[in-house]
Design a protein around this ligand. Structure first.
Ligand code: TXA
Ligand code: MG
Length: 348
C-alpha cells in the first residue's frame, strides 16, 4: 500500500567523508539516516528533536512504548558529559562509580547503559520512562557521523519493527527502502548482534539484553554478580519493560530450536513426511551430517562467526520460501548467551 511515508527515493551510498558530512547535515535538519555500527545498522535521528523521533517510530512502525538508545560521540563518554547535555539526571555516587568503571573498560563499544533521564531528553525517546539508554559505538562510520553531526543521535536497529535486525546496508534497504532518504553503507557489521544493555537504575545492576560484552565481564568490572532480565516491574510501569517483548527478533517463517544435530535431522525428516520443506542454519561442523537439508546457511563455528552471520542467515532462509527454519542454539556464556537469547525470541 502506497502512502506518504513510502514515496521517498532511498539512496544507498558508500560511507565516505562526503556522504558522512551529508548524513550529519540531514540529522541536524531533523531527517533520518541509516548508518552502520559495530553491532547492527541503526536508524538515526537527532535525539533532541521530538519530531524527528516521532518519524523514527513511524518509519519503523514501532510502538511508542519501546524506548530508543541515544548514541554519543567518543568525546562525550562520561556521565558528567551526559549530564551537561541534559540527557542524564543527577546520579548517586554509586551509579557514577559504576558508569565510569564500565565506560572506562568498554566504551567506545557495544555497551548500552540505562541511567536516570535528564530534563532535555524528550519523553518520546524513553517511551515516557524516567530512565534513558545511552551508548558510545565504536564503528568508525558511526563515530565520524556522531562527531560531525554534533548532536546525540537516537538510533534503534534499522529494521521494520518485529523483523530481524539489519547487518548490511542491503538489509536496511529491504526493510526501509522508500521510507528514508539515505543509507550509509559501511559493509557488514562486525559483531552482528545488538549491544549489551546494562540497567544501572536497579540494585544490583542487571543485564536487560545480553550482547557480546558478557555478564561475567560486567560482573567483574562492577565487583558484584549480575542477573539477566528485568527485576519485578517498577510501580510506575504499567506494562512489561519496553523492548523486552518475548517475540521481538522474528523471521517471517517459524523457527524451530533443536537441542542437537540428531534432533535437527529428526525434525527435518518429520516435516518432510508432512510434505513440508525445512531449511537450516548450520554450524560448519554440522555440514556433512546435514548435507541433504536444503537450503541451508552456514554460520561458521565460533560464537563470533555465528553472531556475525546469524541475521543474514535468517533473512536468507526466510526469502528461500521454506516452511520452517531449523537451528541448534549454541550453549555457553558471553556471546553464545546473546545468540541463544535472540534465537529464543525469534522462535517464540
Ligand atoms: O546495538 C544496538 O544497541 C543497536 C545499534 C543500532 O546501536 N540498537 C538497538 O536499538 O538495538 P533497538 O531500539 O533495536 O533496541 C533498544 C532496546 C529497547 O528495545 C530496550 O530493550 C532497550 O534498548 N532500552 C532502551 N531504552 C531503555 C530504557 N530506558 N530502559 C530499559 N531498556 C531500554
Ligand atoms: Mg531492534
Amino acid at each position: 500500500m502506497l502512502n506518504a511515508t513510502n514515496a521517498i527515493s532511498t539512496r544507498l551510498v558508500a560511507a565516505d567523508a562526503a556522504a558522512i558530512r551529508e548524513a550529519a547535515q540531514l540529522i541536524r535538519a531533523g531527517e533520518l539516516v541509516a548508518f552502520p555500527t559495530e553491532t547492527v545498522y541503526g536508524l538515526g535521528a537527532s535525539a533532541l528533536d521530538p519530531q524527528a523521533l516521532a518519524r523514527v517510530f513511524q518509519v519503523k512502525q514501532r510502538p511508542l512504548n519501546d524506548p530508543l538508545i541515544v548514541h554519543l560521540c567518543a568525546d562525550a563518554r562520561s556521565p558528567q558529559a551526559w549530564q551537561a547535555l541534559g540527557l542524564v539526571d543527577a546520579l548517586s555516587e554509586l551509579q557514577t562509580r559504576r558508569a565510569v568503571a564500565l565506560l572506562d573498560r568498554f566504551a567506545p563499544g557495544p555497551l548500552t547503559l540505562v541511567l536516570p533521564r535528564g530534563a532535555r531528553a524528550p519523553a518520546l525517546l524513553s517511551a515516557g520512562l524516567d530512565t534513558v539508554a545511552l551508548r558510545v559505538p565504536s564503528h568508525p562510520v558511526a563515530q565520524a557521523l556522531l562527531c560531525e553531526a554534533g548532536v546525540p543521535i537516537a538510533a534503534p536497529s534499522a529494521n521494520r519493527f518485529g523483523h530481524v535486525s539489519p547487518t548490511t546496508a542491503q538489509h536496511v534497504l529491504e526493510d526501509l527502502g522508500g521510507r528514508i532518504h539515505l543509507i550509509l553503507d559501511g559493509g557488514p557489521t562486525p559483531i552482528g548482534v545488538e549491544s549489551t544493555v546494562v540497567d544501572l537504575c536497579s540494585e544490583p545492576p542487571r543485564v536487560l539484553r545480553p550482547g557480546s560484552i558478557s555478564r561475567e565481564q560486567i560482573a567483574q568490572v562492577l565487583g558484584t554478580p549480575i542477573q539477566l532480565g528485568h527485576a519485578k516491574l517498577r510501580e510506575s510501569e504499567a506494562a512489561p519493560a519496553p523492548g523486552m517483548l518475548a517475540r521481538h527478533y522474528a523471521p517471517r517463517v517459524p523457527l524451530i530450536l533443536c537441542s542437537d544435530t540428531d534432533e535437527l535431522l529428526l525434525q527435518h525428516a518429520q516435516l518432510r513426511a508432512q510434505g513440508k520443506r525445512a531449511g537450516a542454519l548450520l554450524r560448519d561442523s554440522q555440514r556433512h551430517a546435514c548435507a541433504h537439508v536444503q537450503p541451508h546457511y552456514l554460520l561458521g563455528e565460533t560464537p563470533e562467526q555465528i553472531a556475525q552471520r546469524l541475521y543474514a542467515g535468517l533473512r536468507a532462509l526466510e526469502s528461500a520460501d521454506v516452511d520452517a527454519i531449523l537451528v541448534c542454539p549454541p550453549a555457553g556464556s558471553g556471546l553464545a548467551e546473546a545468540i541463544a537469547d535472540r534465537l529464543r525470541r525469534a522462535a517464540s
